[in-house]
Ligand binder design. Sequence first.
Ligand code: SF4
Ligand code: SF4
Length: 241
Amino acid sequence: MTQREKNIYESFQNNQLGIYSSFRFRCTMCGKCCINREDILLNAKDVYHLAKILHTTCDQIVQKYGDVYLGKNSRVPIVRLQSVGTDHRCPFLQDNKCTVHDLKPTVCALFPLGRAISFEESKPDEITQDMVKFFFSDPNCGDKSQKHTVLEWMIRSKLPIEDEFFLKWQTVLMKVSDYVKTAEKQMSEENFENLNKILFFLLYLNYDIQKEFLPQFIERTEKIGKFLDKMRECLTGGKIQ
Ligand code: SF4
Ligand code: SF4
């Protein structure tokens, strides 16, 4: 775990905030949070937004700016922004300004707030709003001259508190993760690699940027659900190894 990840984990444990709780922070626009970053993860909607703002396709965004790997614990395909240059800067930072500001990735829009899922007992079938937790991770930058509530910050970040996409995204990742962790133990390396290519495609690629994102994503989650059911059948029936 990097020091940054440790700080985020500690903030999640100790600095959780309700939507009307406040925190103090003012960004002084120094641009340092966009340098030395290897941890800007993109969800499917972020990829779609970047494709839209840069007038290209989701596939091109991932190819040109993304680094794809399997999550260490989750084993699901993850896309992170690939930094550039010796100072590991975000490829969208120019003259200390974010060139994709209006549709920047969710983690950037939320910064220095974080949003994560927490459930107490056994794994749920669906991620629901009551499991969404906000937390403040002191970025040690800017100053503390402004006070914001979580709700105000979310509005400013153009993100809804009850974010249907976020709940569905977390739910589908949880389901994919459950399946692939079992499949990995039973499949050949080659088949597992192919499985991940399909899941990666279904999760992140080939969205039509001329159409609304959410209906397309809902259709994908249904396809992924059917695909996983089929794969489960094949795996238990011994049709793939
Ligand atoms: S997308 Fe924008 S805000 Fe996010 S790291 Fe890159 S330049 Fe900074
Ligand atoms: S969030 Fe912090 S590091 Fe990033 S530009 Fe603002 S003051 Fe600088």
